[in-house]
Design a protein around this ligand. Structure first.
Ligand code: HEC
Length: 222
C-alpha cells in the first residue's frame, strides 16, 4: 500500500515535471515554472511527505554541485590543453575527471558524476533512469527547448529508501570537438582507444547533447 501511494505520487510528479520543469523556447521569457503541488512520500515513513520546497532545495544543492564539477573540469581541461595540447589533456581528463567527481561527492555528501548515452569511460554508463532522462532532454531539444535550460529531478523510492535524483544536460562546445567530434585526429583517436577500448563518445557537433551531470542523494526523512 505504501508502495502504491508512493508510485502514484511519483507518477503525478513525473507528469507535472515533464510538462513544466523546462524553460520556454528561445525568444520567450525563460523562467522555471514550478508546479506547486509536487509531493512524494518517505519510503520508511508514509506520514512524512516531501514538500515542493524541500525538493527545490535539494535541486538547488544538486545543481550547485553539478556546476562546480563542470567548472573545475573545464578549468583543468583548458590548463592541460594550453600546457600540452590534446594528447596531454586526454590523460588529465582520464585521471582528473573521476578524482574531481569523487572529491566533490565527498564534500557535498551527494554522488556527483557525468554520464552519456554514448560514453567514453564505461564506468560512466547510465542506468535506466539516466537513459530515460537523457532521451527526454533530446525530445525537449527537438521540440525547441534549449538544452542549457532543461533539468530533471525527482524523489524516488529505491530499495526501501527515498532517493533524490537530479540531472542536467552537458552540451557540446567548440573546444570539445577535437576529442568528441566527427573528425578527431588519428593521434588523439589512438590515445583515446588505448585508454578506452570501448569508447563511443565521438561524432558529436557543437550544440549536441554530449551527456549529463547526474546527482544522487539518499534522503533521511524519518
Ligand atoms: C583532450 C580530450 C578531451 C576534450 C577536449 C574533451 N573531453 Fe570529454 N572526455 C575525455 C576523456 C578522456 C573522457 C573520459 C574521462 C573519464 O574517465 O571520466 C571524457 C569524458 C567525458 C564525459 C563523461 C561521459 C563519458 O563519455 O565517459 C563527458 C560528459 C564529456 N567528456 C564531455 C566533454 C565536453 C562537454 C567537452 C568540452 C567542454 C569535453 N568533454 C572535452 C576527453 C576529452
Amino acid at each position: 500500500m505504501k508502495q502504491a501511494l508512493l508510485m502514484s505520487s511519483v507518477a503525478a510528479f513525473a507528469l507535472l515535471l515533464s510538462g513544466c520543469q523546462q524553460n520556454a523556447p528561445e525568444g520567450e521569457e525563460a523562467t522555471i515554472d514550478t508546479p506547486s503541488k509536487q509531493t512524494t512520500y518517505s519510503a520508511s515513513n508514509p506520514d512524512r511527505i516531501l514538500s515542493n520546497d524541500e525538493l527545490n532545495a535539494h535541486a538547488d544543492e544538486a545543481r550547485a554541485a553539478a556546476m562546480q564539477l563542470g567548472q573545475e573540469l573545464k578549468a583543468e581541461l583548458i590548463a592541460a590543453m594550453e600546457a600540452g595540447g590534446p594528447m596531454a589533456a586526454i590523460s588529465v581528463c582520464a585521471e582528473m575527471a573521476p578524482a574531481i567527481a569523487s572529491r566533490i561527492s565527498d564534500e557535498t555528501g551527494m554522488e556527483v558524476g557525468r554520464t552519456s548515452l554514448k560514453t567514453r569511460n564505461s564506468a560512466n554508463a547510465p542506468d535506466a533512469w539516466e537513459v530515460e532522462s537523457m532521451e527526454r532532454f533530446l525530445t525537449s531539444s527537438a521540440n525547441g527547448y534549449s538544452l542549457t535550460d532543461i533539468e530533471r529531478f525527482y524523489a524516488l523510492e529505491e530499495e526501501g529508501e527515498t532517493v533524490f535524483r537530479f540531472m542536467k544536460p552537458i552540451v557540446m562546445q567548440e573546444m570539445c570537438v577535437m576529442c568528441h567530434g566527427d573528425a578527431v585526429s588519428d593521434d588523439v583517436m589512438e590515445a583515446v582507444r588505448a585508454a578506452y577500448p570501448q569508447d563511443q563518445a565521438t561524432g558529436f557537433a557543437p550544440g549536441d547533447l554530449r551527456g549529463a551531470f547526474t546527482v544522487t542523494k539518499t534522503l533521511d526523512l524519518n
